[in-house]
Design a protein around this ligand. Structure first.
Ligand SMILES: O=c1ccn([C@@H]2O[C@H](COP(=O)(O)O)[C@@H](O)[C@H]2O)c(=O)[nH]1
Length: 259
């Protein structure tokens, strides 16, 4: 089964487009409390998760122990839920081969985020993997996405359309190509993004508004990420309750857009 089909099936089975972001920040218990923390989050949220998204930065920040924690976590993930590793890697093709092997063959994640700045040959090593996906950073959720990504070229295209053109070149290859589009910057952008799976961060702590995404009436298996809004909301509710609540808010926005 292709990655896109698997994600579509998961969204249909759960009725949820929520991607649960796994960004652990060691607290009072220190690094040794992180594995149990992540296990509780996964156990409580997986039934409402269309996908999980561990971000490499938070694991790398814990040193080698963080990598061990990530490896163990990946080995114990519920098999029903696709895992998107947020790695944002970028290097020459020869080196990217090793990242692709590490993530797809060794860690067996379903998809990975990549920085497309080095061009097509830098993403090529990721394109021959049946059942896997990559998400290219197209329009990120930070203010700095205006510095390059949303600039307009002399021919009238936006810079992020050069990114989607890379993805279009990969059509027909075994790996599915999707894009990262930040909810905070999605307005006015979505009409120019192909019908490919989107990973949409920016909901919750970053204050993104679901209306423009829902109104775009896209048919692709787009997923919307919430990390701090589930892991660190400090609102007296459980991780599971927060996942249910965010999944419902996302569904409601989509329902209101068609009403
Ligand atoms: O454009 C981007 C790309 C990636 N991210 C990542 O998503 C989560 C967002 O976390 P929240 O706590 O829900 O804000 C985090 O891992 C980011 O590195 C993004 O925010 N924007």
């Amino acid at each position: 089964m292709r990655y896109r089909e698997r994600l579509q099936a998961r969204i249909a089975a759960t009725g949820s487009r929520l991607c649960v972001g796994l960004d652990p920040r060691p607290g009072e218990g220190g690094i040794e409390a992180v594995p149990d923390f992540l296990k509780r989050v996964v156990d409580e949220t997986w039934e409402k998760a269309a996908a999980f998204k561990p971000n490499m930065a938070y694991f790398e920040a814990m040193g080698l122990r963080g990598i061990e924690i990530l490896e163990k976590l990946l080995g114990e993930m519920p098999s029903e839920v696709p895992v998107i590793l947020d790695a944002k890697r970028s290097d020459i093709g020869e080196t990217q081969k090793y990242y692709a092997h590490s993530y797809f063959a060794h860690w067996k994640v379903d998809a990975v985020t990549l920085n497309p700045f080095l061009g097509y040959d830098s993403i090529e090593p990721f394109l021959g993997w049946e059942g896997k996906g990559i998400y290219l950073l197209a329009v990120t959720s930070n203010a700095g996405s205006a510095d390059f990504q949303r600039q307009t070229l002399a021919d009238g295209r936006s810079v992020f359309e050069l990114v989607t053109a890379l993805g279009e070149r990969a059509k027909g290859l075994p790996t599915d190509v999707g894009y990262v589009v930040g909810l905070t910057n999605a307005s006015g952008v979505l009409a120019k993004i192909p019908d490919a799976p989107l990973l949409v961060p920016g909901l919750g702590a970053q204050g993104g508004d679901l209306a423009s995404l829902a109104a775009a009436a896209r048919t692709a298996p787009d997923v919307i990420n919430v990390s701090r809004g589930i892991l660190y909301a400090d609102d007296g509710s459980s991780y599971g309750e927060r996942a249910v609540s965010w999944a419902a808010r996302i569904s409601q926005a989509y329902e209101e857009a068609v009403a």
